[in-house]
Design a protein around this ligand. Structure first.
Ligand SMILES: Cc1cc2nc3c(=O)[nH]c(=O)nc-3n(C[C@H](O)[C@H](O)[C@H](O)COP(=O)(O)OP(=O)(O)OC[C@H]3O[C@@H](n4cnc5c(N)ncnc54)[C@H](O)[C@@H]3O)c2cc1C
Length: 274
């Protein structure tokens, strides 16, 4: 079975936004709501879309965003540019026309500027948002969705739940640091047959959980995203042991242990870039 997926391009826009609300969805994930006139026209249509967020310089507190030129985004002549990739979780257009954008941040300490910023975010703070440049729509013609995700891909999982037909059964294998994360879907998980695996209970348990699902039929679409090193053997199992074709498996490294600002366009498994 092929999974045709339409791609939609969006004009590249860099927006300055202001935080209007902050709340903990679960203890380790904070939801930040952004507002601002520049959000008008913001569009995100695909489940795995991403935006580039621009953070204020932690030293000066100044927010610098790129200029837009004929070649796309350009570094301005002054100012510190700090950016990371995030999932546009929810876009809401109020009756009066104001647009807000929700982003969920995984808090993993202060060693990363995004996590450090999110752990202190308050209403009135500023953030830049660029993109998404394009959206790859969810396949519509699928019999089942299998999602394998850690905390960073729970927002994308929510997007998948909202974008595949309600009749499609969803199986989720979620690799998380603590049991507190299991409340993340806030009731939206009734349709997910979810297995929550606690990361410190041993390496390899995600692999075991995937293998214990048995054969994966040709109508099942598989989305995997999270820590790149942990996902590489799972992708290898799906593509090589089970022989699933590339268009049935979307695998993306969202971060990599020990790597700052991972380039997610790099192959998840450098030994097997296919
Ligand atoms: C397409 C896409 C969508 C994404 N969507 C989201 C999202 O919606 N929400 C979200 O929280 N993240 C998301 N991420 C992941 C996020 O971009 C990375 O986790 C990013 O590295 C965080 O930046 P930072 O400044 O906190 O850490 P960095 O400065 O990039 O890294 C500093 C250190 O922290 C480690 N690190 C980075 N992330 C984590 C983590 N989650 N847990 C433990 N250690 C970590 C790194 O390995 C490095 O050693 C997404 C990534 C991609 C590519």
């Amino acid at each position: 079975m092929l999974f045709p997926r339409q791609s939609v391009r969006h004009p590249l826009v860099v927006r300055r936004t202001t935080v209007s609300a902050v709340r903990h969805v679960v203890p380790s994930i904070v939801r930040v709501t952004l507002e601002g006139d520049e959000l008008a026209g913001f569009a995100s249509l695909g489940p795995a879309d991403h935006v580039k967020l621009f953070f204020p310089d932690p030293e000066s507190g100044n927010l610098t965003v790129p200029d837009l030129g004929p070649e796309g985004m350009q570094r301005p002549s002054a100012g510190v540019i700090l950016s990371r990739d995030f999932t546009p979780l929810g876009v809401h257009v109020a009756e009066g026309g104001g647009t807000t954008l929700d982003i969920d941040f995984v808090l993993h300490g202060d060693e990363g500027p995004a996590s450090a910023w999110a752990s202190r975010a308050e209403a009135g703070a500023h953030l830049g948002v660029a993109g998404p440049r394009g959206s790859r729509l969810a396949p519509t013609d699928l019999g089942r969705l299998l999602v394998i995700a850690d905390e960073t891909a729970l927002p994308a999982t929510r997007r998948w739940l909202g974008l595949v037909p309600a009749s499609v059964p969803v199986t989720g294998l979620f690799d998380v640091a603590d049991a507190g994360v299991t409340g993340y879907f806030e009731g939206a998980d009734a349709r997910v047959d979810a297995e929550w695996l606690l990361r410190d209970e041993g390496a390899g348990q995600l692999d075991e959980a995937l293998r214990s699902l048995g054969p994966i039929d040709e109508t099942t679409f598989v989305f995997l995203a999270g820590e790149a090193t942990a996902l590489a053997p799972l992708r290898r199992y799906l593509r090589h042991d089970l022989g699933l074709p590339a268009e049935q498996v979307a695998a993306s490294g969202y971060w990599k242990r020990g790597v700052v600002n991972l380039d997610h366009h790099a192959p998840l498994d450098p030994t097997d870039p296919d």
